[in-house]
Design a protein around this ligand. Structure first.
Ligand SMILES: Cc1cc2nc3c(=O)[nH]c(=O)nc-3n(C[C@H](O)[C@H](O)[C@H](O)COP(=O)(O)OP(=O)(O)OC[C@H]3O[C@@H](n4cnc5c(N)ncnc54)[C@H](O)[C@@H]3O)c2cc1C
Length: 386
């Protein structure tokens, strides 16, 4: 069969754009499609985890980040039950960069190297005898078009159409988090720190306050599957109530919300999900690669995208695009990401139900001891974060 492309990547977020970059480096004929037109926003905390940085450097994108609004964060403070844990990032500062800029940098870099179609919504997959060999898509509500490829990659986020059409999409509450995000101005913050606040009534969910520059902060509430709160209150009300919580000391009294408060889902990597099959692979949120403890996923999206390009270079040179041929992709992703996911999952269980020998420790002491390996300092404080 003659294919239009070696690889079609559905979704131009961090997973898809990185996969396109990696495919281009391997000289694959790749097409990257996204229903949005870039730059586009994505509901997120905008914290770019450290494991993204070597990948940005590999594709020569570090300088591009310097040219868009971003903040260099030197540490984080985590507040719970009248204590705070202060962790310094040492000589490895982290970055906060609004996704509207960050994702655009990745997408434009991919666009310079592979074919792209924006405003292109994938509606269905082309399949024969269970083997995926392309997509049916629609450009800006025009007539449907069919494009073929040896392999189709679903990098289309938590609500993945690729997964849905394959019958692999399942909402499993025990392995999904939900979160809100809103930008505010007028909130006093230390301009180079992440802030995370745990509240007894929300535990193990949390509220974050991240400075994004221009006097604005990114504020969100993340709820994990075991949060009792999730049954009783709308996420929106919860977010609006929490920013007025007495432990934040009135810091939102003069705050102004910029734009809308939005919510989104996060498929947690607390369970193994399908990563590949006959003629397809899944990456990033579509593969359910979100950190089960904190809810970050940009790093895992980029790592899975990068692995895909490398593996597909070998597969696409041959004639076999079956699940068996694509198995090395799933193996490599699991080998790279699962050791941490297993640790995070075990730690979460222990954190929520400490073993007898650790029951005297406060939540933050346990977090510092086991998760941060004593890198931080726990202090008693009535402080509100500012
Ligand atoms: C509130 C919130 C806060 C978060 N904060 C952080 C954080 O601070 N740091 C962090 O690392 N992670 C964070 N995450 C997780 C992070 O946002 C995701 O893990 C990350 O965006 C995954 O990237 P992705 O490329 O897999 O998917 P996405 O970024 O969701 O990209 C998917 C792309 O697919 C496109 N698409 C979807 N359907 C179709 C279709 N049918 N046809 C064509 N294109 C399609 C979309 O337009 C989109 O561009 C947060 C998540 C939430 C909800």
């Amino acid at each position: 069969m003659q294919y239009d492309y070696d690889l079609i990547v559905v979704g131009g977020g961090p997973a898809g754009a990185t996969m396109a970059l990696s495919a281009a480096r391997q000289k694959l004929r790749a097409l990257l499609v996204d229903k949005a037109t870039f730059p586009r926003d994505k509901v997120c905390g905008d914290a770019i985890p450290p494991r993204c940085h070597p990948i940005l450097a590999e594709y020569g994108l570090t300088a591009a980040i310097e040219r868009v609004p971003h903040i260099r964060v030197t540490g984080e403070r985590i507040f719970a039950a009248g204590e705070n844990l202060q962790v310094s990032f040492g000589n490895q500062p982290q970055i906060i960069c609004p996704r509207i800029h960050f994702d655009n940098i990745l997408f434009q870099a991919a666009k310079a190297r592979v074919d792209t179609r924006e405003g292109c919504t994938v509606l269905d997959l082309l399949r024969e005898n269970g083997q995926v060999y392309g997509i049916r898509a629609q450009m800006n509500r025009g007539a449907p078009l069919e494009i073929t490829a040896k392999v189709v990659a679903g990098a289309d986020g938590f609500n993945s159409i690729v997964k849905r059409r394959l019958g692999l999409y399942r909402y499993r509450r025990a392995h999904w988090a939900v979160a809100t995000r809103a930008y505010y101005s007028g909130v006093p913050v230390a301009s180079t720190e992440f802030e995370i606040h745990y509240f007894d009534e929300l535990w193990p969910g949390y509220l974050w306050i991240f400075p994004v520059g221009d006097g604005r902060v990114n504020v969100g509430v993340g709820l994990f599957p075991t949060d009792r709160t999730r049954n009783h209150i709308s996420l929106r009300d919860l977010h609006l109530n929490l920013v007025q919580h007495p432990s934040l000391g009135g810091r939102f009294t003069h705050a102004e919300m910029q734009g809308r408060l939005r919510g989104w889902n996060l498929p947690l990597a607390s369970v193994r999900r399908v990563l590949h099959g006959d003629g397809f692979i899944l990456a990033g949120d579509a593969a359910g690669l979100v950190d089960p403890l904190w809810g970050h996923g940009i790093d895992n999206a980029m790592i899975s995208g990068r692995i895909a390009g490398n593996v597909l270079a070998r597969v696409c040179r041959g004639q076999d695009f079956s699940a068996a041929a694509l198995q090395p992709y799933a193996d490599a992703v699991r080998q790279e990401l699962w050791p941490y996911f297993r640790f995070a999952r075990r730690f979460r269980t222990q954190w929520q139900n400490p073993p007898a020998r650790r029951q005297q420790m406060s939540r933050l002491e346990l977090l510092n001891r086991v998760y941060f390996r004593n890198r931080g300092v726990v202090r008693r404080s009535e402080a509100t974060g500012y």
